[in-house]
Write a new protein. Structure first.
Length: 360
Protein backbone atom coordinates (compact mmCIF):
# COMPACT_ATOMS: atom_id res chain seq x y z
CA UNK A 1 0.00 0.00 0.00
CA UNK A 2 1.27 3.43 -0.77
CA UNK A 3 1.69 5.92 2.04
CA UNK A 4 -0.13 9.28 2.03
CA UNK A 5 1.38 12.66 2.61
CA UNK A 6 3.18 12.98 5.92
CA UNK A 7 0.81 13.43 8.82
CA UNK A 8 1.97 15.23 11.96
CA UNK A 9 0.13 13.86 15.00
CA UNK A 10 0.07 14.93 18.63
CA UNK A 11 -0.91 18.16 20.28
CA UNK A 12 2.66 19.13 21.20
CA UNK A 13 4.05 19.19 17.65
CA UNK A 14 2.74 22.56 16.50
CA UNK A 15 3.56 24.22 19.80
CA UNK A 16 7.11 22.90 19.73
CA UNK A 17 7.60 23.97 16.11
CA UNK A 18 6.40 27.50 16.84
CA UNK A 19 8.55 27.90 19.96
CA UNK A 20 11.84 26.33 18.84
CA UNK A 21 14.03 26.07 15.78
CA UNK A 22 15.01 22.48 14.96
CA UNK A 23 18.51 21.31 15.79
CA UNK A 24 18.58 18.99 12.82
CA UNK A 25 16.12 18.70 9.95
CA UNK A 26 15.77 17.37 6.44
CA UNK A 27 13.69 18.75 3.61
CA UNK A 28 12.59 16.64 0.65
CA UNK A 29 15.53 14.26 1.04
CA UNK A 30 15.90 11.47 -1.51
CA UNK A 31 18.32 8.57 -1.66
CA UNK A 32 18.15 6.63 -4.90
CA UNK A 33 20.45 3.82 -5.99
CA UNK A 34 21.08 3.50 -9.71
CA UNK A 35 23.42 4.60 -12.55
CA UNK A 36 22.73 8.37 -12.44
CA UNK A 37 20.45 9.13 -9.49
CA UNK A 38 21.12 12.89 -9.40
CA UNK A 39 20.39 13.24 -13.11
CA UNK A 40 17.30 11.06 -12.87
CA UNK A 41 15.97 13.12 -9.95
CA UNK A 42 16.62 16.39 -11.81
CA UNK A 43 14.91 15.13 -14.98
CA UNK A 44 11.78 14.45 -12.93
CA UNK A 45 11.70 17.80 -11.19
CA UNK A 46 12.88 16.40 -7.87
CA UNK A 47 9.73 14.28 -7.44
CA UNK A 48 9.82 11.14 -9.60
CA UNK A 49 6.77 8.91 -9.58
CA UNK A 50 7.04 5.37 -8.24
CA UNK A 51 6.37 3.93 -11.72
CA UNK A 52 9.15 6.06 -13.23
CA UNK A 53 11.64 4.79 -10.65
CA UNK A 54 10.56 1.21 -11.22
CA UNK A 55 10.74 1.50 -15.01
CA UNK A 56 14.23 3.05 -14.85
CA UNK A 57 15.32 0.39 -12.32
CA UNK A 58 16.18 2.81 -9.56
CA UNK A 59 15.97 1.62 -5.96
CA UNK A 60 14.33 4.25 -3.74
CA UNK A 61 15.80 3.94 -0.23
CA UNK A 62 14.45 7.30 0.99
CA UNK A 63 11.69 9.18 -0.81
CA UNK A 64 10.96 12.87 -0.31
CA UNK A 65 11.58 12.78 3.45
CA UNK A 66 10.99 15.92 5.50
CA UNK A 67 11.54 15.89 9.24
CA UNK A 68 12.49 18.28 12.06
CA UNK A 69 14.03 17.27 15.40
CA UNK A 70 13.84 19.91 18.10
CA UNK A 71 16.17 20.72 21.03
CA UNK A 72 16.05 18.11 23.77
CA UNK A 73 13.71 15.84 21.79
CA UNK A 74 14.01 12.08 21.48
CA UNK A 75 12.75 11.26 18.00
CA UNK A 76 12.31 7.51 17.45
CA UNK A 77 12.29 6.19 13.87
CA UNK A 78 10.43 2.92 13.26
CA UNK A 79 9.49 0.69 10.35
CA UNK A 80 9.96 -2.80 8.98
CA UNK A 81 13.31 -3.93 7.62
CA UNK A 82 13.94 -2.17 4.32
CA UNK A 83 11.67 0.76 5.18
CA UNK A 84 14.58 3.22 4.90
CA UNK A 85 14.96 4.23 8.55
CA UNK A 86 18.70 3.48 8.85
CA UNK A 87 19.40 5.07 5.48
CA UNK A 88 17.54 8.22 6.51
CA UNK A 89 19.48 8.53 9.77
CA UNK A 90 22.76 8.08 7.90
CA UNK A 91 21.71 10.78 5.46
CA UNK A 92 21.16 13.14 8.42
CA UNK A 93 24.82 12.72 9.42
CA UNK A 94 26.00 12.45 5.80
CA UNK A 95 27.51 9.03 6.37
CA UNK A 96 25.42 8.34 3.26
CA UNK A 97 25.20 11.11 0.69
CA UNK A 98 21.60 12.02 -0.13
CA UNK A 99 20.67 12.13 -3.80
CA UNK A 100 18.73 15.36 -3.32
CA UNK A 101 17.11 17.67 -0.81
CA UNK A 102 18.50 19.53 2.18
CA UNK A 103 19.91 18.38 5.53
CA UNK A 104 20.08 21.25 8.01
CA UNK A 105 22.06 21.37 11.26
CA UNK A 106 21.14 24.48 13.25
CA UNK A 107 19.95 26.03 10.00
CA UNK A 108 23.12 25.27 8.00
CA UNK A 109 22.83 22.95 4.99
CA UNK A 110 25.21 20.06 5.64
CA UNK A 111 25.15 19.08 1.97
CA UNK A 112 27.19 22.22 1.29
CA UNK A 113 29.78 21.43 3.99
CA UNK A 114 33.24 20.21 3.00
CA UNK A 115 34.50 16.77 3.95
CA UNK A 116 36.81 18.37 6.54
CA UNK A 117 33.93 20.34 8.06
CA UNK A 118 31.83 17.20 8.32
CA UNK A 119 34.65 15.31 10.04
CA UNK A 120 34.99 18.07 12.64
CA UNK A 121 31.23 18.19 13.13
CA UNK A 122 31.03 14.44 13.73
CA UNK A 123 34.02 14.52 16.09
CA UNK A 124 32.74 17.29 18.32
CA UNK A 125 28.97 17.64 17.97
CA UNK A 126 27.52 14.32 16.82
CA UNK A 127 27.49 10.98 18.56
CA UNK A 128 26.73 7.84 16.57
CA UNK A 129 25.97 4.32 17.75
CA UNK A 130 25.14 1.73 15.12
CA UNK A 131 24.60 -2.01 15.25
CA UNK A 132 28.16 -2.76 14.15
CA UNK A 133 30.43 -0.76 16.43
CA UNK A 134 33.81 -1.57 14.84
CA UNK A 135 35.62 -1.60 18.18
CA UNK A 136 39.38 -1.42 17.92
CA UNK A 137 40.48 -5.01 18.73
CA UNK A 138 43.98 -4.03 19.91
CA UNK A 139 42.65 -1.48 22.43
CA UNK A 140 41.17 -2.12 25.85
CA UNK A 141 37.66 -1.11 26.85
CA UNK A 142 39.07 2.04 28.47
CA UNK A 143 41.09 2.95 25.39
CA UNK A 144 38.14 2.28 23.06
CA UNK A 145 35.83 4.54 25.05
CA UNK A 146 38.48 7.26 25.32
CA UNK A 147 39.42 7.05 21.63
CA UNK A 148 37.13 9.85 20.28
CA UNK A 149 38.45 12.15 23.00
CA UNK A 150 42.00 11.25 22.02
CA UNK A 151 41.17 12.23 18.44
CA UNK A 152 39.95 15.58 19.78
CA UNK A 153 43.34 16.15 21.41
CA UNK A 154 42.14 15.91 25.02
CA UNK A 155 44.93 15.02 27.46
CA UNK A 156 45.17 11.45 28.70
CA UNK A 157 44.12 12.04 32.30
CA UNK A 158 40.97 13.95 31.33
CA UNK A 159 39.89 11.55 28.60
CA UNK A 160 40.42 8.48 30.77
CA UNK A 161 38.50 10.05 33.65
CA UNK A 162 35.59 10.70 31.30
CA UNK A 163 35.88 7.18 29.89
CA UNK A 164 35.72 5.69 33.40
CA UNK A 165 32.47 7.59 34.04
CA UNK A 166 30.88 6.28 30.86
CA UNK A 167 32.06 2.71 31.46
CA UNK A 168 30.43 2.76 34.88
CA UNK A 169 27.27 4.23 33.38
CA UNK A 170 26.80 1.31 30.98
CA UNK A 171 27.51 -1.34 33.61
CA UNK A 172 31.04 -2.37 32.63
CA UNK A 173 32.82 -1.09 35.74
CA UNK A 174 35.81 -3.37 36.43
CA UNK A 175 36.26 -4.37 32.79
CA UNK A 176 38.32 -1.35 31.73
CA UNK A 177 41.33 -3.55 30.96
CA UNK A 178 39.46 -6.13 28.89
CA UNK A 179 39.80 -6.38 25.12
CA UNK A 180 36.77 -6.66 22.82
CA UNK A 181 37.43 -10.36 22.17
CA UNK A 182 37.07 -11.01 25.90
CA UNK A 183 33.56 -9.52 26.03
CA UNK A 184 30.17 -10.89 25.11
CA UNK A 185 28.22 -9.35 22.24
CA UNK A 186 26.07 -7.36 24.63
CA UNK A 187 29.11 -6.08 26.49
CA UNK A 188 30.74 -5.03 23.22
CA UNK A 189 27.57 -3.15 22.38
CA UNK A 190 27.73 -1.30 25.67
CA UNK A 191 31.32 -0.28 24.94
CA UNK A 192 30.08 1.30 21.73
CA UNK A 193 27.37 3.15 23.65
CA UNK A 194 29.88 4.40 26.21
CA UNK A 195 32.22 5.56 23.46
CA UNK A 196 29.43 7.62 21.93
CA UNK A 197 28.44 9.13 25.26
CA UNK A 198 32.03 10.12 26.03
CA UNK A 199 31.95 12.82 23.35
CA UNK A 200 29.03 14.61 25.01
CA UNK A 201 27.44 15.30 21.62
CA UNK A 202 24.77 17.86 20.80
CA UNK A 203 22.98 15.28 18.61
CA UNK A 204 23.00 11.50 19.05
CA UNK A 205 22.16 9.09 16.26
CA UNK A 206 21.44 5.63 17.64
CA UNK A 207 20.54 2.62 15.50
CA UNK A 208 19.05 -0.05 17.80
CA UNK A 209 21.76 0.41 20.45
CA UNK A 210 20.12 -1.91 22.99
CA UNK A 211 18.99 -4.68 20.64
CA UNK A 212 21.71 -7.20 21.65
CA UNK A 213 21.11 -6.82 25.38
CA UNK A 214 19.06 -9.25 27.45
CA UNK A 215 15.69 -7.86 28.65
CA UNK A 216 16.83 -6.94 32.17
CA UNK A 217 19.99 -5.13 31.04
CA UNK A 218 18.06 -3.53 28.18
CA UNK A 219 15.54 -2.10 30.64
CA UNK A 220 18.36 -0.84 32.86
CA UNK A 221 20.04 0.80 29.89
CA UNK A 222 16.78 2.49 28.94
CA UNK A 223 16.53 3.81 32.50
CA UNK A 224 20.11 5.10 32.36
CA UNK A 225 19.48 6.61 28.95
CA UNK A 226 16.44 8.49 30.25
CA UNK A 227 18.27 9.58 33.40
CA UNK A 228 21.12 10.97 31.35
CA UNK A 229 18.70 12.68 28.99
CA UNK A 230 16.87 14.31 31.91
CA UNK A 231 20.16 15.90 32.97
CA UNK A 232 21.68 16.80 29.60
CA UNK A 233 18.60 17.29 27.38
CA UNK A 234 20.36 16.23 24.20
CA UNK A 235 18.71 16.01 20.80
CA UNK A 236 18.38 12.34 19.86
CA UNK A 237 17.39 10.35 16.78
CA UNK A 238 16.85 6.75 17.85
CA UNK A 239 16.01 3.72 15.69
CA UNK A 240 14.24 0.73 17.20
CA UNK A 241 11.96 -2.13 16.14
CA UNK A 242 10.49 -2.37 19.65
CA UNK A 243 7.33 -0.32 20.18
CA UNK A 244 7.53 -0.80 23.95
CA UNK A 245 10.99 0.73 23.84
CA UNK A 246 9.69 3.56 21.67
CA UNK A 247 6.88 4.24 24.14
CA UNK A 248 9.39 4.51 26.99
CA UNK A 249 11.86 6.73 25.18
CA UNK A 250 10.16 8.78 22.48
CA UNK A 251 8.77 12.27 22.55
CA UNK A 252 7.61 11.61 18.98
CA UNK A 253 7.76 8.61 16.68
CA UNK A 254 8.37 8.49 12.93
CA UNK A 255 6.82 5.60 10.99
CA UNK A 256 8.44 4.78 7.64
CA UNK A 257 7.13 2.59 4.83
CA UNK A 258 8.95 1.84 1.56
CA UNK A 259 11.31 4.78 2.00
CA UNK A 260 8.61 7.31 2.89
CA UNK A 261 7.69 8.93 6.17
CA UNK A 262 3.99 8.19 6.50
CA UNK A 263 3.27 9.55 9.97
CA UNK A 264 4.98 11.48 12.76
CA UNK A 265 3.47 11.90 16.19
CA UNK A 266 3.31 10.82 19.79
CA UNK A 267 2.87 7.13 20.52
CA UNK A 268 -0.66 7.80 21.72
CA UNK A 269 -1.55 9.67 18.53
CA UNK A 270 -0.21 6.89 16.29
CA UNK A 271 -2.33 4.29 18.08
CA UNK A 272 -5.53 6.33 18.36
CA UNK A 273 -5.34 8.12 14.99
CA UNK A 274 -3.30 6.05 12.50
CA UNK A 275 -2.79 7.73 9.12
CA UNK A 276 -2.81 4.50 7.08
CA UNK A 277 -3.75 0.84 7.30
CA UNK A 278 -0.02 0.14 7.57
CA UNK A 279 0.34 2.31 10.70
CA UNK A 280 -2.81 0.74 12.14
CA UNK A 281 -1.39 -2.75 11.57
CA UNK A 282 2.02 -1.70 12.88
CA UNK A 283 0.54 -0.47 16.18
CA UNK A 284 -2.41 -2.82 16.69
CA UNK A 285 -0.68 -4.98 19.34
CA UNK A 286 0.48 -2.05 21.47
CA UNK A 287 -0.74 -2.38 25.04
CA UNK A 288 -2.96 0.65 25.61
CA UNK A 289 -2.71 0.51 29.39
CA UNK A 290 1.08 0.87 29.06
CA UNK A 291 0.75 3.54 26.39
CA UNK A 292 -1.73 5.99 27.85
CA UNK A 293 -0.98 8.36 30.68
CA UNK A 294 -3.59 9.69 33.06
CA UNK A 295 -3.23 13.12 31.44
CA UNK A 296 -4.28 11.71 28.09
CA UNK A 297 -7.67 10.52 29.38
CA UNK A 298 -8.50 13.06 32.08
CA UNK A 299 -11.25 15.69 31.93
CA UNK A 300 -11.06 19.28 33.21
CA UNK A 301 -11.31 19.40 37.02
CA UNK A 302 -14.60 20.14 38.74
CA UNK A 303 -15.11 21.50 42.26
CA UNK A 304 -16.37 18.09 43.31
CA UNK A 305 -12.86 16.54 43.18
CA UNK A 306 -11.23 19.14 45.46
CA UNK A 307 -10.93 16.70 48.36
CA UNK A 308 -10.88 13.46 46.38
CA UNK A 309 -7.93 10.99 46.25
CA UNK A 310 -5.35 11.94 43.65
CA UNK A 311 -3.26 10.30 40.92
CA UNK A 312 -0.32 11.75 39.02
CA UNK A 313 -0.98 13.19 35.57
CA UNK A 314 2.13 11.54 34.09
CA UNK A 315 1.41 8.09 35.55
CA UNK A 316 0.77 5.29 33.07
CA UNK A 317 -2.79 4.02 33.26
CA UNK A 318 -1.75 0.46 34.04
CA UNK A 319 -0.10 1.63 37.28
CA UNK A 320 -3.20 3.43 38.64
CA UNK A 321 -6.18 1.91 36.79
CA UNK A 322 -7.04 -0.38 39.69
CA UNK A 323 -7.23 2.52 42.14
CA UNK A 324 -9.42 4.56 39.81
CA UNK A 325 -11.77 1.65 39.02
CA UNK A 326 -12.35 0.99 42.74
CA UNK A 327 -13.59 4.54 43.29
CA UNK A 328 -17.28 5.38 42.98
CA UNK A 329 -16.56 8.94 41.80
CA UNK A 330 -13.87 10.68 39.72
CA UNK A 331 -10.44 11.13 41.31
CA UNK A 332 -8.30 14.24 41.23
CA UNK A 333 -5.35 14.44 38.80
CA UNK A 334 -2.29 16.39 39.95
CA UNK A 335 0.92 17.54 38.26
CA UNK A 336 4.41 17.10 39.70
CA UNK A 337 3.96 20.24 41.83
CA UNK A 338 0.81 18.79 43.38
CA UNK A 339 -1.54 21.17 41.58
CA UNK A 340 -4.93 19.91 40.43
CA UNK A 341 -4.96 19.73 36.63
CA UNK A 342 -7.91 17.44 35.93
CA UNK A 343 -10.11 14.58 37.00
CA UNK A 344 -10.49 11.03 35.77
CA UNK A 345 -13.33 8.57 36.24
CA UNK A 346 -13.60 4.81 35.96
CA UNK A 347 -15.72 5.28 32.83
CA UNK A 348 -12.97 7.29 31.10
CA UNK A 349 -10.37 4.65 31.96
CA UNK A 350 -12.54 1.83 30.60
CA UNK A 351 -13.28 3.81 27.40
CA UNK A 352 -9.58 4.51 26.84
CA UNK A 353 -8.54 0.89 27.32
CA UNK A 354 -11.43 -0.91 25.67
CA UNK A 355 -13.26 1.68 23.59
CA UNK A 356 -16.55 3.47 24.33
CA UNK A 357 -19.51 1.38 25.40
CA UNK A 358 -21.77 0.15 22.61
CA UNK A 359 -25.52 -0.10 22.58
CA UNK A 360 -26.87 -3.60 23.29
Amino acid sequence: MAGPELRQSGQSDATRAEALAPVIACRHVWKLFGPDPEGFLARHGGHPAAEAMKDARYIPAVCDASLAVFPGEIMVVMGLSGSGKSTLVRCLSRLIEPTGGEVLFEGVDLLKATAKEMIELRRHRMGMVFQNFALLPHRTVLANVAFPLEVQGIDRAAREARAHEMIKLVGLDGREGYYPRELSGGQQQRVGIARSLAVGPDVWFLDEPFSALDPLIRCEMQDEFLRLQSMLEKTIVFITHDFDEAIRLADRIVIMFEGRIVQVGTAEALVTDPATDYVREFTKHVSREKLFTVASVMAPPSKAVANRPSVAADARLFTVAGRILREDAPVRVVDRAGRTVGEVSAERVVAALYGPPTEP
